[in-house]
Design a protein around this ligand. Structure first.
Ligand code: ASP
Length: 362
C-alpha cells in the first residue's frame, strides 16, 4: 500500500524561510546572498539532495564470481531487466511521496518473485533439499525492525518481516511460529514446492557431489550469492533497508545467515545510513557489518563510500570473508562496495532518475 504524500518538516521550514527573507532590508539581504555564494560546492550538493522532492534508491541482487565470461547475453539481459523492474517499482513509490519502507518492500517483492535471485522463488536448497528463507526490514526513522528466519511457506518473506515490524511486539520470528503469525496477518502462504527451481536443485547436487555432502560454507553452486537487498531515502528524508535470502546452498541444522540479523546484513538509521549486505553471512555477522558502516558515519564522520569500503575491504576481507554491500547515506549518497568479481546492483535518484544497472567490477 502506498500512503498519501508526506509533508516533511523541513519543507515547512523552507517555506517559512523564504517568507522571512522577503521582509529583510536590502543591505542585509545582500550580505546573506554573498555568504550563500561562499557555501562550498559539497554543502550545496548536500543541500540539493535534501530538497523537498528528493529521493534515492539502490539495490543488489547478490555478489560473487560474476564475470563477462560466465554470463551469456541472454542471462545478462534477463538480470538487467529484473533489476530495472525492481528499481522502477521502488522509484514509483518514492516519486509519489510514499515511504522508504514501502519502496524497499515493493522492490524486494519483485526480486523475490523472480527465479533469478536467491530469495523467494529462486531460493537455494538446504543440505536436506528444503528451502528455508530469511528476511529483514528496518525503518531508519524509528529504528523499528522486523525479521523472519527459516520460513518454508511464505511467498514473500519481506512482507512478513514488515508485518513483524509493524504488527507484533517482537523483532524476529522463526519457522512455524512465524508462519502462524503470517496466517493471522493474512500474508500469502504457499506449498514448499513453490520454491523448487531446477537450476538451484542442480546447484545443490553439484555441491554435494563435490563436497561429498559436507557443509560448504562459502559459495552456492555457481560461486555466487543471489540474496537481494534494497536501501531507500524518501521525500520526507527517511531511510529504510531490507534484505531477503534463501541463505547458502547446502546449509545445515537450521543455519541462519546475516540477512535477517539486524546490524549484520541489514540496518537503517536516519542519523547515518541504510545498508543491505550479500556474501558469506558468517563473516558479516561476526563483523556486525551493516551497523559498523552506519557507526563509522555517525561517530567518525566518514562518507558512505569510505565507511562501506572500510568494512568490506578491511574488516570482512581481513576475516577471510567475501561479498558486498549497498549503502545510502541520510544525505542521499549511494555507495557500492564488494570484494568479489561482480555484484548485481542498480541505483537511481531524483537528481539522476535514469536507472544505472551494473553487474561486473569494471
Ligand atoms: N548473506 C547470505 C547468507 O549468508 C547469502 C547471500 O548473500 O547470498 O545467508
Amino acid at each position: 500500500m502506498i500512503p498519501a504524500p508526506v509533508s516533511s518538516r523541513h519543507s515547512q521550514t523552507k517555506r517559512t524561510g523564504r517568507t522571512a527573507l522577503c521582509r529583510l532590508p536590502l543591505g542585509l539581504l545582500g550580505g546573506i546572498m554573498l555568504s550563500a555564494l561562499a557555501i562550498s560546492p559539497q554543502s550545496r550538493a548536500q543541500e540539493a539532495t535534501k530538497d523537498e522532492s528528493s529521493y534515492a534508491i539502490a539495490l543488489h541482487g547478490g555478489a560473487g564470481t560474476i564475470t563477462r565470461a560466465s554470463m551469456t547475453a541472454e542471462s545478462e539481459a534477463a538480470y538487467r531487466a529484473a533489476l530495472g523492474e525492481a528499481l522502477i517499482a521502488g522509484q514509483s513509490v518514492l516519486k509519489s511521496g510514499g515511504t522508504a519502507i514501502d519502496a524497499v518492500a515493493a522492490s524486494i517483492r519483485i526480486m523475490e518473485d523472480s527465479p533469478l535471485f536467491n530469495a523467494g522463488k529462486g531460493a537455494v536448497f538446504t543440505y536436506d533439499g528444503r528451502n528455508e528463507l530469511d528476511a529483514a526490514i528496518m525503518d531508519g526513522r524509528t529504528l523499528k525492525a522486523g525479521a523472519v528466519t527459516g520460513v518454508t511457506r511464505i511467498k514473500n518473506p519481506i512482507l512478513l518481516a514488515r508485518a513483524v515490524m509493524g504488527q507484533s511486539r517482537h523483532v524476529m520470528l522463526s519457522g512455524s511460529g512465524a508462519e502462524h503469525f503470517a496466517r493471522i496477518q493474512g500474508i500469502d502462504l504457499v506449498s514448499p514446492t513453490w520454491f523448487f527451481t531446477d537450476r538451484r536443485y542442480q546447484q545443490l547436487l553439484s555441491i554435494q557431489n563435490h563436497e561429498k555432502g559436507a557443509m560448504q560454507l562459502h559459495f552456492d553452486g555457481d560461486h555466487q550469492f543471489g540474496t537481494v537487498g534494497v536501501v531507500a531515502l524518501d521525500q520526507a528524508g527517511n531511510l529504510a533497508a531490507g534484505t531477503s535470502t534463501g541463505g547458502l546452498t547446502n546449509k545445515e541444522w537450521g543455519r541462519i545467515g546475516d540477512s535477517p540479523i539486524i546490524g549484520a546484513g541489514t540496518y537503517a538509521d536516519n542519523k547515518s545510513c541504510a545498508v543491505s549486505a550479500t556474501g558469506t553471512g558468517e563473516y558479516f555477522m561476526r563483523a556486525t557489518a551493516a551497523r559498523t558502516i552506519c557507526a563509522l558515519i555517525e561517530y567518525k564522520g566518514y562518507d558512505v563510500q569510505k565507511a562501506a569500503d572500510e568494512v568490506i575491504h578491511q574488516k570482512i576481507a581481513g576475516l577471510g570473508g567475501d561479498g558486498g554491500v549497498i549503502a545510502l547515506s541520510h544525505s542521499g549518497e549511494i555507495a557500492f562496495s564488494f570484494n568479489t568479481e561482480g555484484m548485481y546492483r542498480a541505483k537511481l535518484s531524483s537528481q539522476n532518475p535514469t536507472p544505472l544497472i551494473l553487474i561486473y567490477k569494471d
